[in-house]
Design a protein around this ligand. Structure first.
Ligand code: OOB
Length: 542
C-alpha cells in the first residue's frame, strides 16, 4: 500500500463520516453493488463493444486475476495510459479489485512524462493500448522500460508485440484480496504541473467516491443518463466531475468517444442519445461552430459542461441558443476542490461564474499576498480544504512545503473573487503556467528543455492570449552562436520525448532580457515583464 504523507486529521475524518460524505465505500465494492443493482443495463459503449454492468464486473474480475497471475502484488503501482475505450474501465476496476494502484497518464504523454510518473510512483506495471491516433505505444513502452528497469510488466490492449496481451489475461485462476481500506490510496492522479514536472496526487476511496457521488447528484444523473466521454478519461474532469465514475455510480451509460472532435462526437451523440458531456472551452467553441450546420440530431443533449480553463461569458451565452442545452461551468482541480454552476441557476450566474463548491464542508479562503482575507468581492488567492481535497502530494517534500499551509489548506494558485451568492469567478492565476486549452504547461519545465539546445543561451516561456486556445505558449529565446530557426527549435523540442502540447506555439528571439528593475529579478518577474513588453509592442503595431 502507499502511505498517505498527510492523512486527514482524525477529527476532520470523523466529521466527514458523520456528515455522510465518507461512507466506507471502495471501488471494488462499488462495482459489485452496481453489477447487482443494474446488472443488465448498459454500463459502457465504445467501438463495437457494449457491456452491461454484469459484463463489466466480470471483465474487471478476470483482469484482476490476470494482473496478479503476472506476478504483480497488491500495493504495486501500475501506470495506465489508455485512450477512451471500454477497456479503460475493465483495466482500472481490475487493478482496484487486485489491490493494485493505478497511476494515470494521458494518451498525449511521452517518455519524459511517463518515465517521471513511473519513477516517482515506483511503478512495476504499465498498461497501454497498442496504438492511438497513429502513435505506437509499444515503442514508447520499450523506451520507458529501458529508462526504468524496475518497471517489469507491460500489458497491451491490442496486439502485444514483445509484451503481454490484455485479452490473454483472461482465464487466470488466482485468489483475489479482500476489499481495501476505504481510507487507503486508491490511485495516483497527476497534477496540472504548474512548476516543473507533474506531481502525483494520492486520492483515497473515501474522498474520491464522495466527490463523484456528490457530483452525480449535482448534475442530476439517473440510470437514464448517457454520458459522452469526449475528453481523455484519465483527466480528473471526465473521470469524476461527474465523469465516467459518477455516471456509473448513478447506473447510467458511458459512451467512449475516441476523439472530442465534432466529426466523431456528433454521430455518437445522435446514435446513443447522449444526455450530458464535458468539454474544455476551445472544444465548446468548435462544437458550437459545427452545430450550426445541424447535420446530426443533438436534441438528446441536456447538459454541456465546460471547464478546465476559463470560459468567457460571451461564448458561454451562445451555448443554449446554438446547442439547445443547459451550460454547466466546472472549475476544478485534480488535487480536489470542484465547483459547479447548478443546473437551475439563473442564466446570468451560469454564464458569468465558474460555480460554487460541491460540498458544504469545502472550506474556501480568498487571501491577499500577505495571507489576510480580502474584503468580500475582491480578488485574491484561492486556498481550499475539505473532504476530497488532498493534504499532500506523493513523495514531493518541496512541493508540499510550497503548496499546502501548515493547517492543511491547498494553495490552488488561482486568483478568484466571490460573488454575493457565493459563486467563484476565476480572474487569473498566481503561478507561472500556461493553460493551453485546459492542458497545463509548466514554464519552468519547457525552459529547461529549451536550454538543452546548444544555440539557446537563455529562455523564458510565457502564456499569450489566444483566441482559440485561450492561451498559447510563447518562448522568448536569447540565442548564442548561430541563431537557430524557430522551426528547428520546435523540431528539437519534438525530439525530447515530450507531450506534443508542450512544444512552444510561438518562438521570439530577443537580444537580451532587458530588465530595468534594480537588483535580482525572479524568473516570475522576468516572464511577466517579457509578456507585458511583447503585448505592448504587438498592440502598438498599426
Ligand atoms: C481541471 O483540473 P487540472 O488539475 O488539470 O487543472 C486545475 C486548474 C485550476 O487550478 C485552474 O487553474 C484551471 O485548471 N481551471 C480553470 C477552470 N477549471 C480548471 N480555470 C478557469 N475556469 C475553469 N472553469 O482542469 C479540472 C478538474 C476537475 C474538473 C474540471 C477541471
Amino acid at each position: 500500500m502507499i502511505p498517505l504523507l498527510q492523512p486527514f486529521p482524525t477529527d476532520a475524518a470523523e466529521r466527514y463520516r458523520r456528515a455522510g460524505h465518507w461512507r466506507g465505500e471502495t471501488f471494488p465494492g462499488m462495482l459489485r453493488q452496481l453489477a447487482s443493482r443494474h446488472s443488465s443495463r448498459t454500463a459502457v459503449v465504445g467501438g463495437e463493444q457494449r457491456w452491461t454492468y454484469a459484463e463489466l464486473a466480470i471483465h474487471a474480475e478476470q483482469a484482476a486475476a490476470g494482473f496478479l497471475a503476472l506476478g504483480l502484488n497488491p500495493g504495486d503501482r501500475v501506470v495506465v495510459q489508455l485512450p477512451n475505450i471500454p477497456e479503460f474501465l475493465s483495466v482500472v476496476f481490475g487493478l482496484f479489485r487486485a489491490g493494485l494502484i493505478p497511476v494515470y497518464a494521458l494518451p498525449a504523454h511521452r517518455a519524459v512524462e511517463v518515465v517521471h510518473f513511473a519513477r516517482t510512483a515506483e511503478a512495476r506495471g504499465y498498461v497501454i493500448a497498442e496504438r492511438h491516433e497513429g502513435f505506437d505505444y509499444r515503442d514508447l513502452a520499450e523506451e520507458v522500460c529501458r529508462q526504468v528497469p524496475a518497471l517489469d510488466t507491460v500489458v497491451v490492449v491490442g496486439e502485444a508485440g514483445p509484451f503481454t496481451s490484455f485479452a490473454g489475461l483472461d482465464g487466470a485462476v488466482v485468489a483475489l484480496p479482500g476489499d481495501p481500506d476505504p481510507s487507503s490510496v486508491a490511485f495516483l492522479q497527476i497534477s496540472g504541473g504548474s512548476t516543473g514536472l507533474s506531481k502525483l496526487i494520492p486520492r483515497t476511496h473515501d474522498d474520491y467516491i464522495y466527490s463523484f457521488r456528490a457530483s452525480a447528484e449535482i448534475c442530476g444523473l439517473t440510470p437514464d443518463s448517457i454520458y459522452l466521454a469526449a475528453l481523455p478519461v484519465a483527466h480528473n474532469f471526465p473521470m469524476s466531475s461527474p465523469g465516467v465514475f459518477g455516471v456509473l455510480y448513478a447506473g447510467g451509460t458511458v459512451v467512449m468517444s475516441p476523439s472530442p472532435s465534432p466529426e466523431v462526437a456528433f454521430p455518437l451523440i445522435a446514435r446513443e442519445k447522449v444526455t450530458i458531456t464535458g468539454l474544455v472551452p476551445p472544444l465548446a467553441l468548435l462544437w458550437m461552430q459545427a452545430a450550426r450546420k445541424r447535420t446530426y440530431d443533438l436534441s438528446s443533449l441536456e447538459v454541456l459542461q465546460v471547464g478546465g480553463a476559463k470560459f468567457m461569458p460571451e461564448a458561454a451565452r451562445r451555448v443554449r441558443p446554438t446547442l439547445g442545452c443547459t451550460l454547466q461551468q466546472v472549475f476544478g482541480m485534480a488535487e480536489g476542490l470542484v465547483n459547479y454552476t447548478r443546473l437551475d441557476d439563473a442564466e446570468e450566474i451560469i454564464v458569468s461564474t465558474q460555480g460554487r463548491p460541491i460540498s458544504e464542508d469545502d472550506e474556501v479562503l480568498i487571501l491577499d499576498d500577505s495571507g489576510q482575507p480580502v474584503p468580500e468581492g475582491e480578488v485574491g488567492n484561492l486556498l481550499a480544504r475539505g473532504p476530497y481535497t488532498i493534504r499532500a502530494y506523493h513523495n514531493n517534500d518541496g512541493a508540499n512545503a510550497r503548496s499546502f499551509t501548515p493547517d492543511g489548506f491547498y494553495r490552488t494558485g488561482d486568483m478568484v473573487k466571490r460573488t454575493p451568492e457565493g459563486y467563484l469567478v476565476v480572474q487569473g492565476r498566481a503561478s507561472d503556467h500556461i493553460n493551453r486549452a485546459g492542458e497545463k504547461i509548466s514554464a519552468e519545465e519547457i525552459e529547461d528543455h529549451l536550454l538543452a539546445h546548444p544555440s539557446v543561451f537563455d529562455a523564458a516561456v510565457v502564456s499569450l492570449p489566444d483566441e482559440f486556445l485561450g492561451e498559447r505558449s510563447c518562448a522568448f529565446i536569447i540565442a548564442q552562436g548561430e541563431k537557430p530557426k524557430a522551426a528547428a527549435l520546435k523540431a528539437f523540442m519534438r525530439t525530447r520525448g515530450l507531450a506534443d502540447f508542450k512544444v512552444p506555439d510561438q518562438i521570439v528571439f530577443v537580444p537580451a532580457f532587458e530588465i530595468t528593475a534594480v537588483g535580482k529579478v525572479s524568473r516570475k518577474e522576468l516572464r511577466a515583464a517579457l509578456r507585458r513588453q511583447f503585448l505592448a509592442e504587438q498592440s502598438a503595431v498599426p
